[in-house]
Structures are given as C-alpha cells and as structure tokens.
Write a protein that binds this ligand. Structure first.
Ligand code: SF4
Ligand code: SF4
Length: 193
C-alpha cells in the first residue's frame, strides 16, 4: 500500500468540559433522567405498544402461520408436487404423496397423504407460497404462537387447513392480493381445525 492511500484521521479536539469527564457524565445522566420522567408521567418518548393489550395493525402481506386451501369439493388443493418442499430453505416441509382416486382429471392425480410443517424451523420467508403452482398454500397474519413441546410445533394437514370463506380468513402473504380472478378457481379452506 502506498503511503498516499492511507487517510489519517485527526481526532476531534476535546472541549474544556469534555476534558472534565465528570461534567459529561452528569449531562448524560440528565438526558436519561429527562426520558425516564417524561415516560413515567406523560409517556412522552414511548415508542413501544403495550402488547398484548394493544396491537399494531399489520400489513396485508405479513408472513404468518401457513394455511392450506382446498378445492370446492373440500379435498386438498395441494397436488403433492413437492415444489414447496424443494424451495424451502429451512427444509421444514415434509410431504408424502398418494394417488387421488377422486381426481376428475390428470391435473389432480396426486394428493398429500402427509403434509407437515415444522413451525419452529420455518423462517417465514414465503418461498413455499411463491413456489406453489396451485395457490394451495398461503400465509396468514397469525404470528403469535406458543408451544409447550418441540413436537407441538410440527403441524399437519388437520392444523394447516382452516374453516371459513377464503375472503374471511386472516390472510397474509399470498400470490395474489386483488379480487378473485375469474379464470382461476377460487381456493377455499377445507374444514375446521
Ligand atoms: S415460509 Fe419459508 S421456511 Fe417456512 S415453510 Fe415456507 S419456504 Fe419453508
Ligand atoms: S402446497 Fe403447492 S407446491 Fe406444495 S406440494 Fe402442494 S401443490 Fe405443490
């Protein structure tokens, strides 16, 4: 390295009060005290909310817990293509496929026999939603989850499928955010949890 490339930074000279270290300490404590008293009596500087009593309004695109959707006849919309499992960077999706004997066409020839997501390994990236060719998996805005044991975080088909009209689900990140597209069969949830 040439000496011309080296930038020498001269330290900023200290003022007289800064040289008396104690004065700056007292100034710092005064700032702390001002914020403490301001928050204690007037919540003047409070930027946090008192969760869970107070909750923020979250974005429509929030990536929360997953929802599996269904075809109009109530069977899983998922065709067990493994695209989401392949796309998942956390490798927390596990699918086992089986033939769908009720399939009206070759389009739905497979269905998931097993479909689990480990919600504690999931990083909520939404890649599974993006990868799904059938809009079978979307995300909700449910993000408050608690588990008593590790195994409880591994949810299957029953827990992932939810009840109610599509529009009334607590929808979060999904491939399409507008009104239902006429050419696409609107996904509906399968059954109560
Ligand atoms: S949100 Fe991301 S990490 Fe979670 S299951 Fe989907 S792809 Fe995997
Ligand atoms: S959820 Fe979608 S991407 Fe995943 S296996 Fe089912 S159809 Fe394929």
């Amino acid at each position: 390295m040439k000496s011309d490339d080296v930038v020498v930074c001269d330290p900023r000279p200290l003022t007289l009060t800064q040289r008396f270290y104690l004065v700056e300490v007292v100034k710092g404590l005064a700032v702390t005290l001002r914020h403490f008293l301001g928050n204690l009596f007037a919540r003047k500087y409070t930027v946090t909310v008192e969760w869970p009593e107070v909750k923020r309004e979250y974005s429509e695109r929030l990536r929360g817990r997953h929802i599996l959707l269904a075809k109009p006849d109530g069977s899983p919309r998922c065709v067990a293509c493994y695209m989401c499992e392949e796309a998942c960077p956390a490798q927390c999706i596990h699918i086992e496929a089986e033939d769908d004997p009720t399939s009206p066409s070759i389009e739905y020839e497979k269905r998931p026999k097993v479909f689990t997501i480990d919600l504690l390994r999931c990083v909520y990236c939404g890649f599974c939603v993006d990868a799904c060719p059938k809009e079978a998996i979307v995300m909700s805005r449910t993000h408050e989850m608690a588990f008593g044991a590790r195994e409880e975080a591994i949810v299957g088909l029953d827990e992932l499928m939810q009840k109610g009209p599509y529009e009334q689900l607590d929808l979060g990140y999904r491939p399409y955010f507008g009104a239902p597209r006429s050419k696409i069969e609107l996904p509906i949830p399968v059954k109560a949890r």
